[in-house]
Design a protein around this ligand. Structure first.
Ligand code: MG
Length: 413
């Protein structure tokens, strides 16, 4: 279908499909955003066809919140992050499924694997969405990026059994906005010519990175739409957005020069775990310790030594907290990672105890050899701990992870 720049791309006049197969700028658009549709719920429905037409959410227990709501459930007004009890009130026959995070991660890797067939420049931004830069892929695939994206959309459905929505544009923020327009199984294209007008009529809340409170402040000075943002005195905007003013103003005009960053060269390694019920301090520390063992194992396998440790926590209200610390001795051994991570966790436990996610990561990697690394520790106790950990690693390598571990996990096994 051909359409004019003042029309929104809706349906194909030939086949009535939502997928746009032609657009005046279709040959020039290289930046895509791919987003799995209600990912966790779709995976659960795929595995259990009886659930297909039923309203389903994936989420915690009675006190928990909705992590993903299928499109049937959304008809009742159920949304992500809504408390389960509220969702149940809206839809008494709602089916609630406990999350299987490791399983979803595995499926996410399968999706990633298919994306890698069309470009190496992939920037995942969460378990179920990623940016792709398809510049220069046309020769290789003998088709324009739009067709490549349509092909993988079909392929993901055929081989994995879930639908994804795709946004295609000339920069990241527009590609992301585009992927949200036609969900589920959507394909939406935003070209340079229509982008600014298209954005003008949209509320400022659609600008990625603007929090609810910032939007409220903008509304209080009569800035509701992106159009208002552009026509408001810069002083008003700067008062509210501070150093981000220029970036946000640009995005509201369709300008965003951030490149898609290929996440191939390891920049950081992290592990995390979610839970649907409140854990006491000791149990939370046990989770953290187990994560540190896993993280260290990953670092050892890749021979990585990092300067910076980051602790990640998510409260039951979905507030994300990250705390980082950098050291000269480099993080590599589990006991060492844990001792610093525990320090950070202890500080946070003074503020709140209601967490639904804990994670730990290492970044800022340095060139280092294992032998040289050992020399960094003069402390005899640390040397002993290193030795013990190396011995445990050796045995585990033969018989599998976590078969031999330290005392604190005995009760978990
Ligand atoms: Mg999604």
């Amino acid at each position: 279908m051909k359409w004019e720049s003042d029309q929104l791309p809706l349906k194909c006049s030939k086949c009535n499909a939502n997928n746009i197969i032609s657009h005046q700028e279709i040959n020039d658009l290289n930046i895509a955003h791919l987003d799995c549709d209600s990912f966790y719920a779709s995976v659960e429905k795929r595995d259990n066809p009886n659930l297909q037409q039923k309203p389903v959410v994936v989420g915690g227990s009675e006190k928990g919140v909705v992590a993903a709501a299928c499109y049937e459930a959304r008809k009742y007004g159920i949304k992500s992050a809504m408390p389960i009890f509220k969702a149940k009130k809206l839809c008494p026959q709602l089916i609630i499924i406990k999350p299987r995070m490791e399983y979803y991660t595995k499926i996410s890797r399968e999706v990633r694997f298919i994306m890698e067939r069309i470009t190496p420049i992939i920037e995942p931004i969460s378990i179920d969405e990623a940016f792709l830069d398809l510049s220069g892929t046309q020769k290789l695939h003998k088709c324009i990026p739009a067709i490549s994206m349509l092909k993988i959309q079909k392929e993901i459905y055929k081989s994995i059994g879930i639908t994804v929505s795709i946004g295609l544009s000339y920069n990241k923020s527009l590609a992301k906005l585009a992927s949200e327009q036609n969900k589920p199984n959507g394909f939406f294209v935003l070209g340079k010519k229509e982008a600014e007008d298209w954005l003008s009529e949209k509320p400022v809340s659609i600008i990625f990175g603007l929090g609810k409170s910032t939007v409220k402040k903008l509304n209080s000075v009569n800035i509701f739409l992106c159009r208002d943002l552009k026509s408001s005195p810069i002083k008003d905007i700067k008062n509210i957005l501070g150093s981000n003013s220029e970036k946000i103003l640009n995005i509201s005009k369709g300008i965003d020069n951030r490149p898609v960053i290929r996440k191939n060269k390891t920049k950081s390694i992290s592990v995390e775990t979610t839970f649907s019920y409140k854990k006491d301090d000791d149990k939370l520390k046990n989770e953290l310790h187990l994560l540190c063992l896993k993280l260290s194992l990953k670092l050892k396998k890749k021979n990585l030594f990092g300067k910076t440790l980051t602790l990640k926590l998510k409260t039951t209200n979905f507030k994300l907290i990250t705390r980082s610390v950098s050291i000269n001795q480099l993080f590599h051994m589990a006991h060492h990672i844990y001792s610093k991570a525990e320090e950070l966790l202890d500080k946070e436990l003074k503020n709140s105890k209601n967490y639904r996610l804990i994670g730990v990561g290492i970044s800022n990697f340095m060139e280092e050899s294992s032998d040289h690394y050992e020399l960094k520790f003069e402390d005899k106790t640390i040397q002993k701990k290193n030795k013990l950990e190396n011995a445990i690693d050796e045995i585990n390598e033969k018989i599998g992870f976590n078969n031999i571990t330290v005392g604190r996990h005995f009760h978990n096994n």
